[in-house]
Design a protein around this ligand. Structure first.
Ligand code: KQY
Length: 363
């Protein structure tokens, strides 16, 4: 594995769309007790369900700490690979490599990771083990790596159509804790060079209260070139309403890299999902402070799904909106099976199925 000192764009590599064929998927076994209630027991069960659904059509690797290795090996079926690798938490989307392809080989990108905002507004300290994972994973897969470690970015803050368009949010990429010394144009240039895109659509916000500074992968996702799903509410009293409405306006007045107008499918949110007293009681404190408060609204959204080779693995919340959300995704992905996973125990950690997975394109 070598580190390459140019850019994907210069070398003819680009980030493919998530629906393109995968070699596999990377996940990380959850265990930190201030992220996952009651020591992560329920979260591990939900992660295993996600891993099993994905492994039906691609090769899944789960990274587990020394402490959790044996447990992971016991809970996961044999056809899922478990490797011992240290991390600070379990967000593969954000700190596993972003892979780029030239059609015959793939390379990884290492972005800088500072726990969603470092000392400004990051979510935990330290984050050094997470930050080292992209390099370790490029080694594991024997893939060369572009090192953009001085540029802070998480995989959940970008979505691409594989045809030259990237969507992101200003709330996240322009946040004070990430790259405060770079202008919006300079940040966009990183996206253009690293993902090899020539159009960046900047949404203003994401999901209300999303602690990642509003990652795009919780609010809007491409479902095919020229088409996206957007998390939506018709409730004008919901603080989410204005955020989604602004996204809709931007998307409907944008064209993509190929000049297509964008079709927006509204993916209606569940009723607000709030954390209970009992769930909060199962979360350890961080620096003597609770990490969540009873009644706090969690950033629940059906947009946070993963597209595997054979399925769309989507979150369910036990809400009446589960069914229409599933039906819409089934209509948009007719050649894939839609597999719902009850995701409350993942959501409590601050993200969902897309956030805990990272695809590896076919090579
Ligand atoms: O990508 C994500 N949604 C991760 C959120 C991490 C939150 C840490 N509690």
């Amino acid at each position: 594995m070598k580190t390459i000192n140019s850019t994907p764009k210069a070398d003819g590599f680009h980030m493919p769309a998530e629906w393109d064929r995968h070699y596999g998927c990377i996940m990380i076994f959850p265990e930190r007790s201030d992220s996952w209630q009651y020591g992560g027991y329920a979260a591990r069960k939900a992660f295993v369900e996600v891993a099993r659904a994905i492994a039906e059509s691609e090769f899944v690797t789960v990274c587990a700490s020394e402490a959790q290795y044996e447990n992971a090996r016991r809970m996961l079926p044999d056809h899922i690979r478990v490797v011992e690798m240290s991390s600070n938490d379990a967000w593969a989307r954000d700190y596993a490599p972003t892979f780029v392809t030239n059609g015959s080989d793939i390379r990884g990108i290492n972005w800088g990771f500072n726990a969603w905002g470092g000392l400004a507004d990051g979510l935990y300290f330290p984050w050094d083990k997470d930050d080292k994972m992209a390099r370790k994973l490029c080694d594991l897969y024997n893939k060369d790596m572009y090192d953009f470690g001085s540029f802070i970015l998480e995989g959940g803050s970008i979505h691409v159509d594989g045809e030259g368009t990237c969507i992101t949010t200003e709330a996240c990429l322009l946040s004070a804790g990430r790259n405060p010394n770079l202008s919006k144009t300079e940040i966009e240039n990183y996206l253009r060079e690293c993902l090899n895109v020539n159009k960046v659509i900047w949404l203003k916000n994401g999901i209300w209260g999303d602690e990642t500074n509003e990652h795009v992968d919780n609010i809007c996702a491409f479902v095919k070139p020229g088409e996206v799903v957007l998390a939506w509410t018709d409730d004008t009293n919901d603080p989410q309403y204005e955020l989604s409405r602004s996204c809709l306006e931007i998307l409907e007045s944008s064209t993509d890299a190929r000049g297509r107008r964008i079709t927006v499918h509204k993916l209606r949110l569940p009723a607000p999902v709030t954390i209970t007293e009992e769930e909060c009681a199962g979360l350890d404190t961080m620096n003597f402070a609770p990490t969540r408060t009873p009644g706090e609204r969690l950033a629940a959204s059906y947009v946070n799904f993963y597209i595997s080779n054979g399925a769309v693995v989507m979150p369910f919340f036990g809400d009446p909106a589960d069914k229409p959300a599933r039906e819409l995704l089934a209509e948009l992905f007719p050649e894939r099976k839609v597999v719902p996973v009850m995701a409350r125990d993942i959501l409590i950690g601050g993200g969902n199925i897309h956030c805990i997975t990272q695809q590896i394109p076919l090579f």
